[in-house]
Design a protein. Structure first.
Length: 540
């Protein structure tokens, strides 16, 4: 917020300086203050009653195309989760867009682990029977462990009871993952009906669903129910892709997080499932046949809408609307007094809109480059240009001189406002593209782990090198996305170490985030690692 204030407060003073000499013919009419066109608003309909583009409605129309209540995974998903996390102010509209009647507040809905513990604490005898001396943090740690390796009800009785309490919702979640589409309606906060104010209740619930699926899968693996365990792991993979159909960067990030959870299940099955070669090859084929994970470049589309919608919001509400869009602050009242009404007179909002679109075109082009080195170079150049733009914004002396000698102060101020809005809303998406590559690499490692399990089932040992896996156990060995070289693979005793260099591109010796203990700097270790043998989730 400090950054926003440093830009907006000086802007208020400049607006006051420039207001007097503005020619009357340059004053916009008191109506829709922007031109609806491809060059400005990018899309030209649907329109709000006040004449501005309704970007939230446009996204809902795009995302729901071809979706029915019968093929939409969101329908059984919400019947499993219940309506509680959908804000009451938007709940009626949300379910109307979903195409089903509002769900009752009470029902046989999914219970989070925290809520289950609260209910358990209300029954002291039951708590003593299941938890004993354990506290909530210890039980949460058990849940985390139960998602990564085989376990039993005797070992983790509370997570087991939590799964039993969620038996019916879990059935609906699995049903949801079997559907081909997922449309979660987008409904904005009524106070600020813009894309940036859209609420995403399904994101948090999808994480909860993934945890349930993986805990049950690992429980079934501990019971020797290999096919049932794989069914839940595969459902988790499908859930990741369904969440990824959402139009926002947040949807894509959560999709990748859920996929990472599912890949833990792949590796656990490969190492602990005592798979036959036929089973391991079938599981690898199942992974290969899944739809692709979402691409971050596709989500820039929504980021563009967010920018354009924010500009339109400030245009119609006044410059003080920047404050709620960026989180508010103690200087809100000062900004409102200084800028009241000035935006209607001094800013040509068409200029602001036109300035933003080329940045998003450029971002989409950069993000869409398949070669990692190329997209990193293109995004680094964008970052440099954005930093220069932000430095120019701080040069108020040059801005004042430009206003003094400009034929049209309005053009100068409009371009200054455009640069301000770009610096505020252009996403830092390079990190998102790194997450995308990390997700792809983790899936590739899972497929290789299953191929190694198949080889081991046939030969009683792991191969000396990965080349021996192709083409019988896997069609081809993927390279390391982060080095564009072969993946690291080493035999260790009766097991192996397999890893990618990770985002930093440095060989950390097969040490990743999970290995960072005792004060080790996690930023130094980011290899993506698969290792075996394992014993109860711990390396021998």
């Amino acid at each position: 917020m400090r950054t926003v204030l440093r830009r907006v407060v000086p802007l208020a003073a400049i607006l006051g300086f420039a207001a007097a000499p503005l020619p009357a013919e340059e004053t916009p009419k008191k109506r829709c203050l922007i031109t609806i066109s491809k060059e400005t608003t990018y899309i030209t309909e649907p329109l709000r009653p006040d004449g501005y583009v309704d970007y939230v409605a446009a996204l809902n129309r795009e995302c729901s195309k071809g979706v029915t209540t019968e093929n939409n995974a969101a329908v059984p998903f919400w019947r499993a989760m219940g309506p509680e996390l959908i804000d009451e102010e938007i709940r009626e509209k949300y379910f109307k867009l979903l195409g089903i009647p509002p769900l009752p507040e009470k029902g046989d809905y999914c219970v989070s682990l925290n809520e289950f513990l609260r209910l358990l604490q209300e029954q002291p005898r039951q708590w003593d029977k299941l938890a004993g001396d354990l506290d909530e943090d210890a039980i949460s740690d058990q849940q985390d462990e139960a998602m990564k390796r085989p376990w039993s009800k005797k070992e983790f009785p509370v997570p087991a009871a939590w799964l039993e309490a969620n038996e019916k919702p879990l059935a609906l979640i699995v049903e949801a993952t079997g559907r081909p589409r997922c449309y979660m309606p987008l409904v904005a906060n009524p106070e600020h009906d813009t894309v940036i104010a859209v609420l995403l209740p399904g994101v948090q619930e999808a994480r909860q669903a993934a945890r349930l699926l993986m805990c049950r899968a690992m429980l079934q693996l501990g019971q020797g129910k290999i096919d049932k365990a794989w069914a839940d792991v595969l459902a988790c993979h499908r859930l990741a892709r369904l969440v990824g159909e959402g139009p926002t960067i947040v949807d894509a990030l959560v999709s990748t997080a859920i996929e990472s959870i599912a890949c833990q299940g792949d590796v656990a099955l490969a190492h602990c499932g005592k798979l036959t070669a036929k089973q391991a090859k079938r599981f690898e084929a199942d992974l290969r046949s899944l739809p692709p994970m979402p691409k971050m470049a596709d989500k820039v589309h929504t980021e563009r809408y967010m920018y354009l919608d924010a500009v339109a919001f400030v245009a119609r509400e006044g410059l003080s609307a920047l404050t709620p869009l960026t989180g508010g602050g103690s200087s809100t009242e000062v900004i409102e007094k200084l800028t009241k009404g000035a935006g209607d007179v001094l800013v040509d909002w068409d200029v602001v809109l036109k300035m933003g679109n080329p940045w998003y075109d450029r971002l989409i082009e950069a993000m869409g480059k398949p070669d990692r080195a190329e997209w990193k170079k293109a995004l680094a150049k964008m970052d440099d240009d954005l930093m220069k733009l932000m430095d120019d914004l701080s040069d108020y002396k040059s801005l004042v001189l430009s206003l003094i000698f400009a034929k049209s102060p309005r053009v100068v101020i409009s371009r200054w406002m455009g640069n301000t809005m770009i610096s505020l809303f252009l996403p830092a998406i390079a990190a998102g593209r790194d997450v995308e590559d990390r997700g792809r690499m983790i899936v590739d490692l899972s497929r290789i782990a299953l191929a190694l399990a198949a080889y081991h089932a046939d030969h009683g040992a792991y191969p000396e090198n990965l080349a021996r896996l192709a083409p019988k156990y896997i069609a081809e060995i993927p390279d390391d996305l982060f080095s564009d070289k072969p993946l690291r693979y080493k035999l260790r005793g009766k097991g192996y170490l397999l890893y990618s260099l990770g985002r930093n591109g440095v060989d950390d010796g097969g040490r990743g985030y999970d290995d960072c203990k005792d004060g080790a700097d996690w930023e130094d270790w980011d290899d993506l690692v698969v290792r075996t043998p394992v014993d109860n989730g711990k390396e021998k």
